[in-house]
Design a protein around this ligand. Structure first.
Ligand SMILES: Nc1nc2c(c(=O)[nH]1)N[C@H]1C(S)=C(S)[C@@H](COP(=O)(O)O)O[C@H]1N2
Ligand SMILES: [Mo]
Length: 523
């Protein structure tokens, strides 16, 4: 019983093939570097410079593919070895997969400094391969036929001889799964796109209506702790369902306009950039923003007006809904009439003077001022589809959120910070307030001493309204005396409607209530 059985060798090879391909697929799905590539990078990094030079000279630009091919061959050879040993030394198979896991996880980790993803992705792949090996070995005859002693009876579990049919079935399934995983990994595509480079090299269109730079006199940015009037891109909140940020290749990216239109359209990035672009200041916020929370930001957007794009396509009568679909399948939907009512709806390409950051939808996203993001702001936009309101519910609608999502008027206190003690004296109470496309006409603050029933509402000083669709900063100078206070804020929008004190949960259509904080002023 010392001979190595070919079926075991084949099992090991197939199991490691599965491990390697599952690793490719999962890595592509979460857009981290594939273990194969990471190991290749590590080899290149660790190899003596002379060896790298030799390889490049000898194999030319094929050195990388060759290295990757060598890694595959070594992996499969290692698998064959482990398979051959597994029957007599079951611990060898565990050790083999553990070794593969350790090497690949370390290489991915070193490449991307994402330890959790590195360990998880390679761990899943190793587990899949190990499971496959167990299944295959069982079909190849897990128990050795009894060598000595009493002859086994038919039906004795030890009498398992290879069940070649079952083995072949499992072997084919394993090989098929490997091929499917590799194909899937390829199709997930875009893996090698470096958005950072694309963003730098892309030419943003020049706006037809360049807005003047935001004057420092327009803002209350000097108030310590207040949200800046324009949120820097790096500080802009991020909300999406994407497990990892889609990396879109702007060269192959297309924006389609389809559905109930006379002339379906397909634009390249260059096509869009050649159209008349506009700038608009708009505040965006998430329907799941709790009262006083931070899922809100204000930016200067640059893009192609949605009405112009829809006019090119020719919206058919009865097309009451616009759907925005992203490269990863996420959808939003909003009424066509909202897109055309004069607000600055656009396919945005730029944010605060830069190409959209990857996290915020590079290369293009929808922006519809006055609507919550979940019904309007598709990032990594791939398609605009015209349909009816009845025919389609976008991503979040069946999940318990309202079909229509106009932004509710809200205000937030940024300072003072409740957890910190306040020193007596002049203390600014300040924050931001927003009202969808209705702007903000007034913000009031009430400082209620502990135990008091009522206190006057103090009118806050406001920053300029950059547009009807942006938030305004506000500040009240408070002469803080020792004691405890509940400070509340309420905003009135441009229509004269004041925020309701009634508390509503974020679901289904946005939170209401006055943001109130409790502060202690030192004695
Ligand atoms: N592709 C895609 N776009 C999306 C989402 C998403 O999950 N996927 N989430 C939306 C939601 S709920 C909000 S609030 C905004 C947030 O945009 P931001 O991350 O740029 O702030 O994006 C919207 N666009
Ligand atoms: Mo959202």
């Amino acid at each position: 019983m010392n001979r190595i059985r070919p079926l075991d060798v084949l099992s090991g090879l197939l199991a490691f093939a599965l491990t390697a391909s599952v690793a490719e697929l999962v890595a592509a799905a979460v857009t981290i570097v594939s273990p194969r590539v990471a190991v290749g990078d590590t080899v290149i990094r660790l190899a003596p410079a002379a060896a790298v030079h030799f390889a490049t000279r000898t194999f030319g630009t094929n050195d990388k593919p060759l290295l990757l091919a060598v890694i595959v061959v070594i992996t499969l050879g290692f698998g064959a070895l482990i398979g051959g040993l597994a029957r007599r030394r079951p611990e060898a198979s565990v050790a083999g997969f553990a070794l593969w896991w350790a090497v690949c996880a370390a290489a991915v980790w070193a490449d991307q400094t994402q330890p959790a993803a590195a360990i998880a992705v390679t761990g899943v792949a190793a587990a899949a391969g190990w499971g496959a090996l167990r299944l295959l070995l069982t079909r190849a005859g897990l128990e050795a036929p009894a060598e000595s002693g009493a002859p086994t009876l038919p039906g004795d579990p030890r009498q398992r001889t290879p069940d070649r049919r079952a083995f072949l079935g499992f072997a084919a399934a394993s090989a098929g799964a490997s091929v499917a995983a590799v194909v899937g990994a390829r199709r997930l595509g875009g893996r090698d796109v470096d958005v950072a480079v694309e963003r730098q090299t892309i030419a943003l269109p020049k706006p037809k209506n360049p807005l003047p730079p935001v004057a420092s006199s327009a803002a209350l940015d000097a108030v310590t702790g207040i949200s800046p009037l324009v949120t820097p891109n790096g500080a802009f909140y991020r909300i999406d369902t994407a497990l990892s940020v889609p990396r879109v290749d702007v060269q192959t990216w297309r924006l389609k306009i389809k559905g109930m239109v006379e002339h379906p359209q397909e634009f390249t990035y260059a096509d869009l950039a050649a159209m008349d672009a506009v700038e608009a200041d708009a505040t965006m916020t998430c329907v799941s923003n709790e009262v006083g929370d931070e899922l809100v930001g204000n930016a200067r957007w640059l893009g192609i007006p949605l009405p112009a794009l829809l006019a090119r396509a020719g919206v058919k009568p009865g097309a009451t809904q616009v759907i925005g679909r992203s490269v990863d399948g996420f959808t939003v939907g909003f009424p066509t009439e909202v897109a055309l009512d004069g607000r600055a709806s656009m396919v945005a390409l730029g944010m605060n003077g830069e190409a959209l950051p990857a996290e915020h939808g590079f290369p293009a996203r929808l922006l519809v001022p006055g609507l919550y993001g979940y019904v309007s702001a598709t990032k990594w936009l791939a398609e605009i589809e015209l349909t009816t309101l009845e025919a389609f519910d976008a991503y979040w609608i069946p999940r318990g959120w309202a079909k229509f999502g106009p932004i509710k008027t809200q205000s937030r206190i940024d300072v003072p910070i409740p957890a910190r003690q306040v020193v007596p004296g002049r203390v600014p109470i300040a924050g931001v307030a927003w009202g969808g496309i209705r702007s903000i006409s007034k913000v009031e603050v009430r400082v209620l001493p502990a135990g008091a029933k009522d206190a006057p509402w103090l009118t806050a000083r406001l920053s300029d309204a950059l547009s009807q669709s942006t938030w305004r900063q506000w500040v009240v100078d408070w002469d803080a005396q020792p004691g405890e206070y509940d400070i509340a804020v309420r905003a009135t929008d441009g229509t004269g409607a004041t925020q309701t004190p009634d508390i509503a949960d974020v679901a289904p259509d946005g939170a209401t209530g006055w943001h109130t904080i409790h502060v202690r002023v030192k004695a």
